[in-house]
Design a protein around this ligand. Structure first.
Ligand code: HEC
Length: 684
């Protein structure tokens, strides 16, 4: 099975959504009170996490006049996966290797950059080469920028200068932990999770809270119990311990990580976060005598001051598919069955959109937004899945494979969904693609299927969902599965960037496409919106980011995967020029001739997929111009040093580990790579 080592106005009609004092509270001072929508102060926009802007200068009537105001070239080789933060005219964001940039929001000039030097740690642990490039952003609070690193550091910078104030080690790589997500802020605290649930080391997920000012550790919440009963010293851990059987806790630590997205609610002073599954993936193997394995694949609410457990809702109680519930959490007020309810919305990997009471975790509504065959439904009365035998890959006869919908990277990943408080609609960037699995859990992680039951099937979709009745309102088909996160606005617009490099706006109520430009680079990040001097800006980082692109770069169009990493700002009447799209084909350098049998090439392909794919990409396609070279384009000099690089580890310090291979295996992989170069040569 996959190893998802993953492992958010002069003419302006300003809608005052949240009060000015809330913004001031976020910033931790009473001065500099900003109008709603001027800043984009959390990845989700504000504390509701709706990815909604109350600005309406750019709207459904005039979006045709939206044009580029400025483009900033970002010194980040591997694209950007995060939603930028904008506070008082400065954009803060980060990308590969946790490199942080502050950019002037009016001009696009880079003000400062900070490099936490993760590459030193990569030389020790090559797996971090991959994880460090999947970085998903920063948080800002009271004059400080907070970032995390793949080697488990939480760092505070001076937001004005980009200088380091303090650094805390918040987890340990040696135990299988790492961090790809940003920290989160609220109520004077910084919250940070970690990843590693797929690790076969001793990882046991937890969330930590630090004091934002001086970085003191305030509390730590463990997501799964310890195998040592004396360490389960809270009511929550005692309750969770009763739901495990077998030796997974002792052997593997239990997993259950929060590797993505938390939401802090100032009104209730609660922190909400989602959790992952655990290794081993199969429930029967992990917990042979049954048990729900709390708090895997759950949404958990804790007191933000103490970390004390308040409630949980488990999305998959017998998770055998790695259906993480760590997707972005939205707070929304909805009328459900004639009652005003304060709800929490989430669309986890498993293909269902959930509407929960945010004070109790009660399931209020649920609906399917992608094809699923692991469960037919979620029962409203019990809140539990109605399992579908079609998803039980472990019962397949020897040698047979079956499509499991959705695949284990999920029908919704870390790319944030959005919610429009006026139209009361959730919008989800959907990946509608299965895995092809055999009974041992092996197979193809992601298969792009374009026909189901004789009917055309879009592998990617943009879906608008009614969170009150769980029904799809409208849906837009996408040719490629992995598209960017979302922004919706009071101007009745919904923005999304695509895997083929388009940046588009839709009517939020009907899904009609109103505006579209080709940016030249694949987009995974989500847009943000802010205003300066009465002008509304729509901001989008371009250049494919996030961990998946390193394994499946062909999930982006060939041209767009070669585009530069940039930050683009659009305004009405903006007249700057977008860069031209790069050409699809690059010329090959001189390379040695391939003279081995197809059998050797096949052996090489298998060895490549085992040892090289997760960094160099499937079929050896890597993001062009990124920090991992496309092996199909390796020149004669590189081929001459092949074994020194691949076995000897001569490029270890820049993230290319020395691999444990025989010279025969290494030669077979080289032949396989050359056969792929031959294919390009034939096409050219
Ligand atoms: C953990 C990630 C990772 C894994 C696994 C990995 N590589 Fe690499 N590889 C890299 C990086 C990063 C570079 C670029 C190093 C540099 O900039 O000098 C690289 C560079 C190379 C180069 C030099 C290419 C050139 O044009 O300069 C070769 C050849 C190579 N890798 C082959 C392999 C093979 C074969 C495997 C599997 C047996 C493999 N790599 C596994 C990350 C990885």
């Amino acid at each position: 099975m996959l190893k998802s080592l993953h492992g958010g106005r002069s003419v302006l009609a300003l809608v005052m959504l949240c009060t000015a004092s809330l913004v001031a509270a976020q910033q931790g001072d009473d001065e500099g009170i900003a109008s709603a929508g001027t800043n984009w102060f959390l990845k989700g926009g504000d504390f509701k996490g709706q990815h909604y802007s109350p600005l309406a200068q750019v709207n459904a009537a005039n979006v045709g006049r939206l044009g580029l105001a400025w483009a900033a070239d970002l010194p980040i080789p591997d694209g950007v996966a995060t939603t930028p933060i904008v506070i008082d005219g400065v954009v803060y964001l980060s990308g590969a290797y946790s490199i942080v940039l502050a950019v002037d929001a009016k001009s696009g000039n880079i003000l400062w950059s900070y490099d936490p030097e993760v590459r030193e740690a990569i030389a020790e642990r090559p797996i971090l080469s991959w994880l460090a490039r999947a970085n998903r952003g920063v948080a800002v609070w009271d004059g400080k920028v907070f970032l995390t690193t793949a080697d488990c550091r939480l760092i505070a910078l001076d937001a004005a200068k980009g200088t380091r104030l303090w650094s805390r080690q918040t987890c340990d790589n040696a135990l299988g932990y790492f961090i790809t997500d940003s920290p989160y802020v609220g109520g004077g605290k910084v919250f940070v999770g970690n990843g590693g649930s797929e690790s076969q080391l001793k990882g046991r997920g937890y969330v930590s809270a630090y004091e934002a000012g001086d970085g003191d550790l305030l509390w730590r919440f463990y997501i799964v119990p310890s195998d040592k009963p004396e360490e389960n010293d809270t009511l929550a851990l005692k309750m969770a311990a009763k739901t495990w059987s077998g030796d997974a806790l002792a052997k593997y630590g239990g997993g259950g990580h929060n590797w993505n997205e938390m939401t802090y609610d100032p009104a209730s002073n609660r922190l909400f976060f989602g959790t992952s599954g655990a290794y081993p993936y199969r429930h029967a193997e992990r917990s042979p005598l049954g048990g729900e394995n709390l708090f895997l694949s759950s949404i958990v609410a804790v007191d933000a001051d103490t970390g004390e457990y308040q409630w949980h809702y488990q999305t998959v109680d017998k998770d055998s598919w790695d259906y993480n519930a760590t997707m972005n959490i939205v707070l929304a007020d909805l009328m459900i069955r004639d009652e005003e309810r304060e709800t929490l919305l989430i669309a986890p990997k498993n293909g269902f959109h959930y509407t929960l009471d945010r004070h109790t975790g009660e399931l209020l509504a649920v609906g399917k937004f992608a094809k699923t065959n692991w469960a037919t439904d979620i029962a409203l009365e019990t809140g539990k899945p109605v399992y579908d035998p079609a998803g039980e890959y472990w019962n397949l006869p020897e040698g047979e494979k079956a499509f499991i919908w959705p695949n284990m990277w999920g029908s919704h990943g870390w790319n944030p969904m959005a919610f429009h408080p006026g139209h009361k609609l959730s919008y989800i960037p959907v990946v509608d693609a299965p895995a092809l699995m055999s009974s041992d859990g092996g197979g193809e992680d992601i298969v792009v299927v374009t026909e189901v039951d004789g009917k055309p099937h879009a592998p990617g979709k943009l879906v608008a969902m009614d969170p009150v009745n769980g029904r799809i309102r409208w849906s837009v088909d996408r040719d490629l599965p992995f598209n960017g996160g979302l922004l919706t606005t009071a101007g009745d617009l919904l923005f999304q960037g695509t895997a083929s490099g388009r940046f588009e706006a839709f009517a939020a109520d009907t899904g009609e496409r109103l505006w579209s430009v080709q940016t030249g680079s694949a987009i995974n990040a989500a847009p943000a919106s802010y205003s300066i001097g009465g002008v509304q800006y729509v901001l989008i980082p371009i250049g494919a980011g996030g961990g998946l692109q390193f394994q499946y770069p062909q999930m982006h169009s060939t041209e767009a995967s070669k585009g530069p990493t940039q930050l683009l700002a659009f305004t009405l009447g903006g007249e700057a020029q977008l860069a031209a799209s790069p050409a699809a084909d690059s010329p090959l350098p001189d390379q040695p001739k391939l003279d081995v049998s197809p059998d050797v090439v096949a052996l090489g392909a298998a060895a490549y997929n085992e040892a090289c794919k997760f960094c160099h990409g499937s079929n050896a396609v890597a993001r062009f111009g990124g920090s991992v070279p496309d092996l199909r384009y390796a020149d004669a000099a590189t081929h001459a040093q092949w074994d020194a690089i691949v076995i000897g580890g001569s490029r270890r310090a820049s993230g290319m580990p020395g691999m444990e291979l025989t010279t025969d295996q290494s030669a077979a992989i080289r032949s396989y790579v050359l056969s792929l170069s031959e294919e390009i040569r034939r096409q050219q």
